[in-house]
Design a protein around this ligand. Structure first.
Ligand SMILES: [Zn+2]
Length: 170
């Protein structure tokens, strides 16, 4: 929840960063001297939101010098990196760009898609379409090239090609 109303002096990229943090389960409080106090499952993080050309105020420089653990972030990826730890990071779904957590408390490290079953399926269908397009060219590339180009296993490519041949043509 944002406790303060949006203030014109705050950086323009702050609302989207706050929204992204809230979407992955963070509590976000807008502060004064430092922009954001972020809480993720009991851990606290201090984030300073800057546009790429933004500069630190004297107060912020002083706080950093005193040893406050403040992360300066300019976009959503940097904000998610700032709340990542050795055992936790965030990734974007290959299909819908939705952000999800991997590692402790999240999905397994090698997960590529968000929790919507549809995303994995849609990605698979896109690859299958591409495989069949390549295979139906006048002079189709070798199966292993099709597999490499579509980042699909050779056995899967072969199975898709086989299933697409109309009955009686093989
Ligand atoms: Zn997705």
């Amino acid at each position: 929840m944002s406790l303060l109303r949006h203030d014109a002096r705050r950086d323009a990229n702050e609302p989207e960063i706050v929204e992204a943090l809230e979407k992955v389960g963070c509590l976000v409080m807008r502060l004064g001297l430092i922009d954001l106090l972020v809480c993720l499952r009991g851990e606290l993080f201090l984030l300073e939101v800057k546009t790429l050309r933004g500069t630190r105020t004297k107060t912020q420089a002083k706080l950093l010098a005193e040893g406050w653990p403040i992360s300066t972030v300019t976009n959503i990826s940097e904000a998610l990196a700032a709340i990542s730890t050795q055992s936790r990071s965030f990734r974007r779904c290959k299909t819908c760009d939705h952000t999800f957590e991997v590692g402790q408390g999240g999905y397994s490290e090698n997960r590529e898609f968000c929790s919507r079953a549809y995303c994995r399926l849609k990605h698979m269908r896109g690859r299958k379409k591409k495989v069949l397009e390549l295979a139906s060219l006048a002079s189709p590339p070798p199966v292993c090239d099709i597999a490499a180009q579509t980042k699909t296993k050779v056995t899967t490519v072969e199975a898709w090609m086989k299933s697409a041949i109309p009955f009686g043509h093989s």
